[in-house]
Design a protein around this ligand. Structure first.
Ligand code: SAH
Ligand code: SF4
Length: 382
């Protein structure tokens, strides 16, 4: 079996080249062909030494995932579904905005955390994605969009690890993928334009801070442990105080950055004024330790099995106002690609008819984000 070169960051590719008896600098050439030019065949790499071009196909390949379908929203949002084998399907979403293009990437097929409000969580865990499957989403999206839009330069300016799965429960495969995103010979994205979103895997937050301190989003969803443990079972292992201490430590590696707290607004569950006041107390307590944060309120995308409903907009706005009045920067996420979300539910049925893999086609509408800034006031901690 040949090695998929999408599995390597530049360092890994250099080691691979050395194993082939090639100079390390050849790896840079190869890496640029793959990630900057989207090459999928060695024949395309005309400036690569002929001897290497002949050697490579024997031991290596550049292989993306099988595209199952593409859905285009009227608002420009694009969603791709990829098959990753054994009936597993993952999704990737592109969200164009006037000043940026964001790609929402999946890190696992399914998820083991099992949050109550998340459709992926309800599916259960299937498997970790490989580095090739994680970076392959960016590789595919970037180069197919460039081709489609006839743009020679970069289309995707931001990446959020907010698709299916808990990225920090797939750290080994995630890290090389992040490095490819940041590498100047790869996608050259700045550290602050790549966001890892986590439900709070504390030890891995520490590792990420040390290895690759990209922007961090933490899915908080509740101000007290009893409620958070009910919504995000991982809280039983890493309760709120530990999580916030890890956020403070993370900021030592990412100075002048905010931690974004995501908060999914669930009607009558976590959206009451009292919850907002508890959040303020919590943030103020940790601001003293150096935490600077902002909040992103996410209108819940309901699905029947959750038994939960979305908070009404006035409640969301009232909640945001309480936070803002206490000086916490708060945004309310605007859902994008609503029409293809609906289409996705239908698609799940379609796919089941054909292949019986419907249960794998989870869709987390939360991936499709833009955000409306409600008001910006002074952030906690400054
Ligand atoms: N596992 C990571 C990243 C993927 S989930 C995490 O939990 O952070 C990305 C975001 O979508 C998280 O903030 C998650 O809480 C939120 N989310 C999940 N299901 C949702 C739903 N049905 N409606 C709105 N947001 C949801
Ligand atoms: Fe997993 Fe994130 Fe969904 Fe929770 S919200 S089940 S951590 S993907």
């Amino acid at each position: 079996m040949t090695t998929n070169l999408l599995d390597y960051d530049l360092e890994g590719l250099a080691a691979f080249c050395e194993r082939l008896g090639e100079k390390r600098f050849r790896a840079t050439q190869l890496f640029r062909w793959i990630h900057q030019r989207g090459a999928s065949s060695f024949d395309q790499m005309t400036d690569l030494a002929k001897s290497l071009r002949e050697k490579l196909p024997v031991s290596a390949r550049i292989e993306g995932m099988t595209l199952v379908s593409r859905h285009d929203s009227v608002d420009g949002t694009i969603k791709w579904l990829f098959s990753v084998g054994a009936g597993d399907v993952i999704e990737t979403v592109f969200i164009p905005e006037s000043d940026r293009g964001t790609l929402c990437i999946s890190s696992q097929a399914g998820c083991a955390v099992g949050c109550r409000f998340c459709s992926t969580g309800h599916q259960g865990f299937s498997r970790n994605l490989t580095t090739a499957e994680i970076i392959g989403q960016l590789w595919f999206a970037e180069h197919s969009l460039r081709q489609q839009l006839k743009k020679p330069e970069r289309v995707i300016s931001n990446v959020v690890m907010m698709g299916m799965g808990e990225p920090l429960q797939n750290y080994t495969q995630l890290l090389p993928a992040l490095r490819v995103m940041l590498d100047d010979h790869g996608y050259g994205l700045s550290r602050r334009r790549v966001t890892v979103s986590t439900s709070g895997v504390v030890p891995m937050m520490d590792r990420l801070g040390q290895d690759c301190p990209v922007a961090l989003a933490v899915s908080l969803h509740a101000p007290v442990d009893a409620l958070r443990s009910d919504l995000v079972p991982l809280n039983k292992k890493y309760p709120i105080a530990e999580l916030l201490e890890a956020c403070v430590r993370y900021q030592q590696f990412a100075p002048r950055d905010f931690i974004t707290f995501e908060y999914c607004m669930l009607d009558g569950v976590n959206d009451q004024p009292e919850h907002a006041r508890q959040l303020i107390a919590l943030m103020q307590q940790h601001a003293a330790g150096g935490l600077s944060c902002k909040f992103n309120l996410i209108p819940f995308n309901p699905f029947p099995a959750s038994g939960l409903t979305r908070s009404a907009m006035p409640e969301v706005v009232a909640f945001a106002k309480i936070l803002m009045d206490a000086g916490i920067v708060t945004t309310v996420r605007k859902t994008r690609g609503d029409d293809i979300d609906a289409a996705c539910g239908q698609l799940a049925g379609d796919v089941q008819d054909r292949t019986g893999v419907e249960r794998r086609i989870a869709s987390q509408r939360q991936g499709m984000l833009g955000s409306i800034k409600v008001v910006v006031t002074r952030e906690v901690g400054t």
